[in-house]
Design a protein around this ligand. Structure first.
Ligand code: GLV
Length: 307
């Protein structure tokens, strides 16, 4: 019987997979009873060396839009396709997080919260939203939903991607030269890029020094997009108003890390967009159906492009 190996601590996957893939035998790592039957693997942060030992593995599904957690295991044969998770609910969730962080600053919630603690009532002067610009780095599945969300609230939106993209009502930029034009215009900069050789460290001394005074940086891509030392020095040099960090090169973020104590940095525990089995199981089912029907797979990780 065709089998799928699940490598995830989220046990909700089990009931969803069993309900939606009744003809597939689900094995939950570390309990592998029939290694030869495993054709599919659904994984988050797979233990190194395990996938390479499965003789009949055909497709690897990532429990995540990113696949960097899989690529860390270099023993996985390069010819096995890796499928990026494509779950519309996750995209919505990430956009919701982006909006939450932007509005936290835009509506001055930090001050109001401090005032609450002191029982202080101070009337606020509202900012006129269309005069504020949100810049989105990365205009793929996730970035484009963030763009829509920001536009629906009335922000002016700019978007940057590796190759030129056209999106309704958005001024778009591509390539590193154009990034230099876009950065100084953003009141909010949201990094929603995939991690590639080109995007690693994109938030560095040079880009930070181009950011607008009092702007806010939000990173929901990967921790490696940010050069940490540069951020720690430019946060007060620019100065930035607030920085929301949801992703880190090493997670959980170590207790000794200086990000925790920085008054302008808000650390969140990689929560921007979870992949919920209830919704994401349909993407897995679709991929397996396509594979079994001999149709081309979608959302395959492209080793050349790096995403
Ligand atoms: C989360 O970070 C993901 O890759 O989906």
């Amino acid at each position: 019987m065709t089998s799928l190996l699940l490598m995830s601590d989220n046990i909700n996957w089990l009931s969803e997979l069993k309900a939606h893939l009744p003809n597939i035998f689900i094995q939950h790592y570390p309990e592998i009873t029939k290694a030869n039957e495993i054709e599919f693997a659904l994984v988050w942060n797979p233990k190194k060396g395990v996938l390479a030992k499965l003789p009949n593995l055909k497709v690897i599904f990532s429990i995540g839009a990113g696949v960097d957690h899989i690529l860390r295991d270099e023993s996985i044969p390069k010819e096995i396709p890796i499928i990026r998770m494509s779950d519309p609910f996750q995209y919505k969730m990430v956009a919701e997080y982006a909006l939450l962080t932007v509005l936290y600053v835009h509506r001055n919630i930090e001050t109001i919260s401090k005032n609450n603690n002191k029982k202080v009532w101070t009337e606020q002067t509202a900012a006129y939203t269309p005069e504020y610009t949100v810049g989105v780095l990365g205009l793929g599945n996730i970035g484009s939903v963030i763009v829509d969300k920001m536009q629906s609230i009335g922000f002016s939106v700019l978007g940057w991607s590796r190759s030129k993209k056209n999106l309704d009502g958005v001024e778009t930029f591509s390539g590193f030269r154009e990034l230099e034009t876009m950065l100084p215009r953003c009141d909010y900069l949201i990094c929603a890029l995939p991690l590639t050789q080109e995007t690693k460290g994109i938030i560095n001394k040079a880009s930070l020094s181009l950011m607008k005074k009092d702007s806010t940086l939000i990173n929901i891509g990967r921790g490696e997009h940010i050069e940490e030392e540069a951020l720690l020095s430019y946060i007060d040099k620019v100065p930035l108003k607030k920085v929301f960090l949801d992703v880190f090169p090493k997670e959980p973020l170590e207790k000794s890390h200086s990000f925790w104590n920085h008054p302008k940095i808000f650390v969140t525990p990689h929560m921007a967009g979870e992949v919920l089995p209830k919704s994401a199981v349909f993407a897995v089912k679709k991929g397996i159906d396509r594979f079994q029907n001999g149709e081309p797979l979608e959302n395959i990780y492209d080793r050349k492009k790096g995403y």
